[in-house]
Design a protein around this ligand. Structure first.
Ligand code: UD1
Length: 324
C-alpha cells in the first residue's frame, strides 16, 4: 500500500514507518520536524515537510493519492496541556480535523490514529479495558477522546474507516538500532532515567513514594515501541481487508513501578543513577495497567518485546549510540 505517515519522523512514527516499509509498503512521511528528527527517516522514505495546521499543505500531500493514512503527529505532554490548552486544541484537535477533511477531499478512507490511555483518566478498576469509562484527567487526554468521537461520526457520515490505538506507556527503541534520533528534553520516566545514567541530568526525581502500590511508587504499563509499530501494521491490514472501525488498547498488561524501572536501569547501565523522592505529580494515578485482550482478539496482536530488560536495554543502546 501507498501510506502517508503523518508524524513519521517522531519517536513512535519512525518505528511505525520502519515496520511498514519492512512489509513492503511504500512510505511517505509528512512531518514539520518540530519534535520529529530528519535522522529518523529511513532509506526509501519520502519526506513532505509540512504542518498539519496548514490545510493547503495537507491537501497537496493527499492529492498524491494514498491508500491509507497513519496519523501520529500530536503534542503529548499531559502536564503542559493543562497550562497551555490552546496549543493542544490547535495541534491535536484542529490539526487532526484538517487531516480528516483533506482525506475526505482526496477520497482516502483508511486511517490509523494514535490515541492514548489518557482517555480513561483515573482508573475505576484494573486492568483497564476499552469498556472502562472515559474521563480524561488532563486536556491532552481530552483531545484524544474528542478525536475518537469525531472519527466515529466521519465513519458514519463519510465512510472513513479507522483504528484508534490507545497506547499505554510507549518505551524502548528498535533493537537493531535503526532509529537514531532521541527525543529532546524528555519528560517521561525512562528517557529521564537514561539521561541521568548518561550524566546529562544530576538525578531522577521520583514523583511520590506513598502510593498504594507494592513499593509506593507509580505503576505503569510500558509497551515496547516495536510492539506498537506491529499493531499499526496489523490494524492497517485489517482495515484494508474490509474490517469495521476499531478502538483498542495497546499495553503489555504488566505493571512496573518507578523503582523497578530504576533498579533495572542501574543494573543494565552499570551506573548509580541517583534518585530523590519528590512530591506526587498532579494528575498521576497510582496504577495504570491495560487489558489488551481486544487487540489480541481482533488483530492477533501480542506484545513480544515489552519485557522490562528489553525496554531498558534497547533504550540504553540508543542513548549510547547517540553518544549521550
Ligand atoms: C504520560 C501522560 C500520558 C501520556 C504519556 C505519553 C500524565 C499524567 N500522563 O504518562 O497521558 O500519554 O505520558 O508520553 O502526564 N515519573 C517519575 N519521575 C519522572 C517522570 C515520571 O517518578 O521524572 C513517574 C510518574 O509519576 C509515573 C511514571 O514515572 O508514575 C511514568 O511517568 P511518565 O513516563 O511521565 O508517563 P505517564 O505519566 O504514565
Amino acid at each position: 500500500m501507498n501510506v502517508l505517515v503523518i508524524g513519521g519522523a517522531g519517536y513512535i512514527g519512525s518505528h511505525v514507518a520502519l515496520e511498514l516499509a519492512g512489509r513492503g509498503h511504500s512510505i511517505t512521511v509528512f512531518d514539520n520536524l518540530s519534535s520529529g528528527r530528519e535522522e529518523n527517516l529511513h532509506p526509501g522514505n519520502a519526506l513532505i515537510r509540512g504542518d498539519i495546521m496548514d490545510p493547503l499543505a495537507l491537501s497537496a500531500a493527499m492529492a498524491k493519492g494514498f491508500d491509507a493514512v497513519i496519523h501520529l503527529a500530536a503534542l503529548k505532554a499531559a502536564g503542559e496541556s493543562m497550562v497551555e490548552p490552546g496549543k493542544y486544541a490547535r495541534n491535536n484537535l484542529s490539526g487532526t480535523i484538517n487531516i480528516l477533511n483533506a482525506m475526505a477531499e482526496a477520497g482516502t478512507r483508511i486511517l490509523v490514529f494514535s490515541s492514548s490511555a489518557a482517555v480513561y483518566g483515573e482508573p475505576a478498576y484494573l486492568p483497564v479495558d476499552e469498556g472502562h469509562p472515559t474521563e480524561p484527567a488532563n486536556f491532552y487526554g481530552f483531545t484524544k477522546l474528542e478525536i475518537e468521537r469525531v472519527l466515529a461520526w466521519y465513519d458514519r457520515l463519510l465512510g472513513l474507516r479507522y483504528a484508534a490505538l490507545r497506547y499505554f506507556n510507549a518505551a524502548g527503541y528498535d533493537a537493531q538500532g535503526r532509529v537514531r534520533g532521541l527525543e529532546s528534553n524528555p519528560a517521561n520516566l525512562i528517557p529521564v532515567v537514561m539521561e541521568v545514567a548518561a550524566g546529562k541530568r544530576p538525578e531522577l526525581g521520583v514523583f511520590g513514594d506513598d502510593y498504594p502500590t507494592r513499593d509506593g511508587t507509580g505503576v505503569r504499563d510500558y509497551v515496547h515501541v516495536s510492539d506498537l509499530a506491529l499493531a499499526h501494521a496489523q490494524a492497517l491490514d485489517a482495515l484494508a481487508s474490509g474490517s469495521a472501525s476499531l478502538t483498542v488498547n495497546l499495553g503489555s498488561e504488566n505493571g512496573l513501578s518507578v523503582y523497578e524501572i530504576l533498579e533495572a536501569a542501574r543494573r543494565i547501565t552499570g551506573t548509580s543513577i541517583p534518585a530523590k523522592v519528590l512530591p506526587r505529580r498532579p494528575g498521576d494515578p497510582a496504577t495504570l495497567v491495560a487489558s489488551s485482550a481486544k487487540a489480541r482478539d481482533i488483530l492477533g496482536w501480542e506484545a513480544r518485546h515489552s519485557g522490562l530488560d528489553s525496554i531498558v536495554e534497547t533504550t540504553w543502546r540508543a542513548y549510547q549510540r547517540s553518544g549521550a
